[in-house]
Design a protein around this ligand. Structure first.
Ligand code: ZN
Length: 424
């Protein structure tokens, strides 16, 4: 890879960063005109190189160096959607590196020196910010979420994902088969690599996440006359819940349980009424399934206790578990060798955040690596990964694709059954 490639790559990154730019960060929610504009830029980048463009029923957007079907395919990608007032590096880094890795490797693929095809993908709605659940595009692609349920997901105003994607012309009818392997690079969204001065995080597994909807019900009344001791205030009960959830995480030895209440919807949300109902989103994450099970049981006790103290009722109305994951075992070895080949230092790590690569890992051999995040800033405008590290990511992606392709693309999914998920 020459200096021209490096400069061109960084220019492409800047061009994508301008779409939905806000205060130095990025505000590019799924199904908005900004999402549409980023997709258009990706499509024109594909067409410029003569790639075959494909869009599936959930709007996942693919570009293939050769027409698909001729050779085993290695797929590279990530996501172009962002959090509200999010950063420029979460997701976008992986798509732009995928795009440029394909560009660098194109001649060897077209000539047949590399005996596989390469595809680049932008997954729809990874962030789960406007529409839930997160990692939706890859989940539909791998058959974990039915297409109709995904298209019917609604935002806070009741607009469906299907309608919003149709409005930005993102939906297609192409049936894209599973690739032989999938690779993704993402920013770390933590500060371990920076602290240790390591170039690359080789992801060998993922924390599990238990996401719960908790409904807190109280009694609506005037905020004036009723005596304090008679009030059943749903927001007060929720405040106790928020505090208790945070303490559960802090009390877990070794920092192995991360706990959050990240969303509240208050009814009636009037300054002159005591709240009658609060719908909250509680999240528990750990690398150990046993810790998650214990935390879930403790949460149930906490809900009952707060109910007794306040008179409110606290009920879990929905929950979903993303199990702890072990990546395809050969992946980390391949990435470590490739990193050494690029003179980059690496360390193994587990991801706490969810990624499309974890979803893909349930279906095909998948590899994931991280680049340093300055200060660990993430999901805000302060996200930063230095140019040097972005370029390192591109170099490693190119190297890893070459070695993965040579070793495995010709004998596709033999190793697939070793990519297993631990049960939680
Ligand atoms: Zn991301």
């Amino acid at each position: 890879m020459g200096a021209d490639d490096r400069d061109g790559f960084l220019r492409t990154f800047s061009a994508f960063s301008e779409i939905g730019a806000k205060n130095g960060g990025l505000h590019r929610l799924t199904g908005t005109p900004e999402d549409g504009a980023a997709r258009s830029l990706l499509i024109s980048s594909f067409r410029e190189r003569g790639y075959t463009v494909a869009r599936d029923a959930i709007g996942n957007l693919f570009g293939f160096v050769l027409p698909p079907g001729e050779r085993p395919t290695i797929l590279l990608g990530s996501h172009l959607d962002s959090q509200p007032d999010g950063g420029r590096f979460d997701g976008q880094t992986g798509v732009v590196i995928a795009l440029w890795a394909a560009r660098v490797l194109e001649p060897k693929i077209r000539s047949g020196e590399l005996p596989f095809n390469l595809g680049v993908v932008n997954w729809t709605n990874e962030e789960g910010a406007r529409f839930q659940p997160s990692v939706l595009g890859s989940s539909v692609f791998t058959g974990r979420v039915p297409i109709q349920a995904a298209l019917g997901a609604t935002d806070s105003r009741g607009a469906t994902l299907g309608d919003c994607l149709a409005a930005i012309d993102a939906l297609g009818t192409d049936e894209v088969p599973l690739p032989s392997a999938y690779l993704e690079v993402h920013v770390e969204q933590g500060s371990i690599l920076e602290r240790e001065g390591v170039d690359i995080g080789v992801v060998e597994g993922a924390w599990g996440a238990l996401k719960l909807d908790v409904q807190v019900s109280g009694v609506q009344t005037h905020t004036g006359p009723p005596p304090m001791e008679e009030r059943v205030d749903a927001l007060y009960a929720t405040a106790l819940l928020v505090t208790a959830v945070r303490e559960m995480g802090l009390d877990q030895p070794g920092g192995r349980l991360h706990t959050t209440v990240g969303s509240l919807r208050i009814t009636p949300d009037s300054p002159n009424c005591t709240p009658s109902e609060v719908r909250s989103k509680v999240e528990l994450r750990s690398d150990d399934p046993a810790i998650l099970i214990a935390a879930r049981a403790e949460l149930e006790k906490t809900l009952a206790e707060i109910g007794r103290m306040t008179g409110a009722s606290l009920v879990v109305t929905a929950e979903s578990l993303r199990e702890t994951t072990r990546m395809w075992p050969k992946g980390p070895e391949i990435l470590e060798r490739a990193a050494a080949g690029c003179q980059l230092s690496s360390r193994r790590m587990k991801t706490v955040a969810g990624h499309d690569a974890l979803v893909m890992n349930s279906a095909v051999p998948s590899l994931l690596f991280f680049l340093p995040s300055v200060g660990g800033h993430t999901h805000n405008r302060h996200e930063l990964t230095e140019d040097r590290d972005l370029v390192n990511g591109l170099s490693l992606m190119v190297e890893a694709v070459e070695s993965l392709g040579k070793e495995y693309a010709t004998s596709p999914t033999d190793e697939r059954d070793t990519a297993s998920r631990d049960s939680a």
